[in-house]
Design a protein around this ligand. Structure first.
Ligand SMILES: Nc1ncnc2c1ncn2[C@@H]1O[C@H](COP(=O)(O)OP(=O)(O)O)[C@@H](O)[C@H]1O
Ligand SMILES: [Mg+2]
Length: 309
């Protein structure tokens, strides 16, 4: 069995909203997987279905081979979910919250050593006896992560874990999550911070209007969706008065001496363009190539949706 999570033809309807529509893919064991999409795309709905918190109308989902509906307890044992919303009972201390969660999985005081380890790794050791209501948002978020990991699940799912978290805590969280991944844990992350997904996730699915519009490695997404053209910005020594015919239609002139071009990857080369410009008496003093990034792919695939990013 190689799939950590298997999602088969999953559909979910909320009134008139088709939150998920025929979602079908697998997440492999040990993979660092990114689930991206604009607000309202269906990410949280899918995660709640995987976690057994919401029922799909159609299709089925297994976690480590266990059906999330018919083998709920076993599926639940295999997964730790960090929800998007910060929900807590404010009267318990951090340690109590983690012990209660351990108890839910049949673990008693023998789990205390692991709880201490989690508190230490998440820089919460001095908050162990503090009531949840006295914690900042970033601290609560870290307790949620500890809570998700208390039973050492094979798969960890984090729904927007860094939303509203300051940069210092965000970096701490990324280092922690990266550490889990290096120890072989399957990680599923939803985020709308594309740089995060770009730097960490091995494979990415882009969800839009409840459908998977792309699923691949970051490099393959870039190759297949942005392969046709690339952008080059040129700074010229003098004001540009005319563009060679061979480049007509490809060039935009900005601020007299700045040119921007869309070049076709198959047929154009930067050297070829520079030669044409030189022949036309245009001297180029600086060349800058735009790096296509995941954001371009994301915008291209979700463009025209009425979703707000
Ligand atoms: N409990 C619910 N009741 C009604 N509509 C819902 C509910 N949960 C989600 N939706 C709707 O389903 C769609 C997907 O939402 P969600 O899964 O939260 O998206 P995301 O997490 O990608 O922002 C949205 O249109 C949202 O309004
Ligand atoms: Mg969400």
């Amino acid at each position: 069995m190689s799939a950590a999570i298997r999602i088969r033809q999953v559909g979910k309807q909320y009134g008139n909203v088709r939150a998920l529509d025929g979602v079908d893919f697998e997440i492999r064991q040990g993979e660092f997987f990114g689930l991206l999409g604009p607000n309202g795309a269906g990410k949280s709905t899918l995660i709640n279905i995987i976690a057994g918190l919401t029922r799909a109308d159609e299709g089925r989902v297994t976690v480590m081979g266990h059906n999330v509906v018919s083998a709920y307890r076993r599926a639940r044992q295999s997964i730790g979910v960090v929800p998007q919303e910060l929900v807590f009972d404010p009267f318990f201390t951090v340690r109590e919250v983690l012990r209660i969660q351990s108890g839910y999985f049949g673990l008693g005081r023998e789990n205390d050593a692991w709880i201490d380890e989690l508190l230490s790794e998440l820089h919460l050791e001095d908050k162990a006896d503090t009531n949840m209501r006295a914690l900042s948002g970033g601290m609560k978020r870290r307790v949620l992560i500890a809570q998700a990991l208390v039973h050492k699940p094979a798969v960890v799912v984090l729904d927007e874990p860094t939303a509203g978290v300051d940069i210092k805590i965000r970096n701490l969280l990324w280092a922690f999550i990266q550490g889990l991944h290096e120890r072989g844990q399957t990680i599923v992350l939803t985020t709308h911070y594309l740089e995060e997904a770009e730097s960490m996730c091995e494979r990415i699915a882009i969800l839009n209007h409840g459908r998977v519009v792309a699923i691949d490695t970051k490099q393959q997404l870039l190759n297949s969706h942005l392969a046709r053209s690339f952008t080059v910005s040129l700074t010229c020594k003098h004001t540009v008065r005319g563009i060679p015919d061979a480049l007509a239609g490809k060039v935009t002139v900005h601020q007299d001496n700045r040119l921007e071009m869309q070049l076709d990857k198959e047929t154009d080369t930067i050297i070829g363009v520079l030669d044409l410009l030189r022949e036309a008496g245009i001297e180029v003093v600086d060349v800058h190539t735009e790096r296509a990034d995941l954001e371009d792919v994301f915008l291209k695939l979700t463009y025209g949706s009425d979703n707000v990013l």
